[in-house]
Write a protein that binds this ligand. Sequence first.
Ligand code: COA
Length: 183
Amino acid sequence: MAELAKPVRLSQTTITELMIPSYANFGGKIHGGILLSLMDKVAYACASKHAGTYCVTVTVDKVEFLQPVEVGELVSLHASVNYVGRTSMIIGIRGEAENVKRGTIKHTNSSYFTMVAKGDDDKPSLVPKLILETQEEVKRFIEAMRMKEIKNKVNEQMDDAKSNIEVDNAAVLLKAERCIINL
Ligand SMILES: CC(C)(COP(=O)(O)OP(=O)(O)OC[C@H]1O[C@@H](n2cnc3c(N)ncnc32)[C@H](O)[C@@H]1OP(=O)(O)O)[C@@H](O)C(=O)NCCC(=O)NCCS
């Protein structure tokens, strides 16, 4: 039997939500956590539509809030499967905030969620191949592949950075830093 494949467009998902006053922080802007929670939902919707199974979030990359979001704005999060592995999918999310009164739309973030499909046995399960129908989709797949390779290398370097730390040499190492050692 041929392996199942689905086009990107079949799982593309957008969530639009009004930013209400209870979402605001003490500065009157929308809490980053509210936006993160919405991103997690749209990533789940998109991934589970592609996989046809329950999915879990494994990693979240490039979460930067480029501009503050205000109460009263409409936030839209557009999600698309950029890449699939065997059981994992990288979902690209573009966030936009619309001010309907002013007629402006600002780009708030572009983030990447890695989601894994789970079978009924709670184990990672094979996801359909991705059918790439536009040059943009091919570009995003290659981009995601490259970013994944870079991330693996950075993760190895971060593990190295955490090992072999000599606290005895800290005074020299931290001479120019803004800390006081008081052991
Ligand atoms: C994610 C999870 C399923 C991975 O389980 P595992 O036993 O390591 O499974 P595998 O080694 O077979 O990995 C499964 C896939 O996850 C990917 N993966 C695992 N760890 C990863 C990481 N840190 N970053 C990116 N991808 C990762 C693997 O590359 C693999 O992808 P592939 O099949 O496309 O090649 C498991 O760790 C889990 O269930 N975590 C909890 C997730 C959760 O509850 N999230 C909600 C937020 S609290």
